[in-house]
Design a protein around this ligand. Sequence first.
Ligand SMILES: NC(=O)c1ccc[n+]([C@@H]2O[C@H](COP(=O)([O-])OP(=O)(O)OC[C@H]3O[C@@H](n4cnc5c(N)ncnc54)[C@H](O)[C@@H]3O)[C@@H](O)[C@H]2O)c1
Length: 252
Amino acid sequence: MRFAGKVALVTGAGRGIGFASATELARGGASLVINDMDGERLEAAAAELRGHGVEVTTHAGSVTDAAFVEAMTTRAVADHGKVDLLLNNVGGGPPMTPWAEFAASDLAHFRAIFEVNFFSQVLVLRALLPGMIERGYGKVVCVSSMSAVLGQESGSAYASGKMALHALVSSVSKEVARKGVNINAVVLGNPPHPSRTEGRQAYLDKLSHFGRVGDLAEFGRAIAFLLSDDASYISGAAIPIDGGLLTPRLNE
Ligand SMILES: NC(=O)c1ccc[n+]([C@@H]2O[C@H](COP(=O)([O-])OP(=O)(O)OC[C@H]3O[C@@H](n4cnc5c(N)ncnc54)[C@H](O)[C@@H]3O)[C@@H](O)[C@H]2O)c1
């Protein structure tokens, strides 16, 4: 029960990485505040998480909406008294857009991708960090992607938005580590995703040192570690959870 007495807020917790991490936090006894823009998915996730015997409150809405984030975080503190742990998980790449298309546009789509991957996380961080500093305790993980480090064809907006997170956490960490708050990014290498085709999956399996992409629970456990007191001396870092993908295999 390493998270007993802790309150964790997880964005995009309806499925995927958010749900897998929330599950690990629930197993450790954390009370959960979970968010997703898909209300039905969110309630189904909450029902499953309550099965671990923890308190779960839900907030359906988009974390790109500043007013929604303000209302959600205020309510979370009113309901639970505090938020100790933040998993800033929301983000996403598709639709893939070639640079030439962005270049010929008014950049509205580029900015929208940045809003989801970068500013949504800034909004939640902005709302919760003051309380963490005041109480002298907080753990924050911001979810990034290996696209940030490697770059990605037709993924320039996504990759840049994710890379901006790395600079955010390394900068903010210098300001808050002495106030009891750890903040890190996780650089994910291809967790499973429902939209992935078989061919793409086979290609990604080959890139991993393990010959397979990780399962969601493996990502959830690594993220939960970074949100735990066992990671007390880790901050300001962009930590790969990627099966070795960031050091590519040179041989077949
Ligand atoms: N799956 C991958 O291949 C992969 C690779 C690298 C990084 N990531 C990152 O991992 C994180 C989670 O991705 P995932 O694979 O679990 O995705 P997913 O699509 O399985 O789940 C994302 C969840 O977030 C919700 N969501 C999306 N936008 C939202 C918003 N604006 N407000 C609130 N909820 C919102 C969705 O409804 C969904 O339930 C993202 O930041 C993503 O960029 C994923």
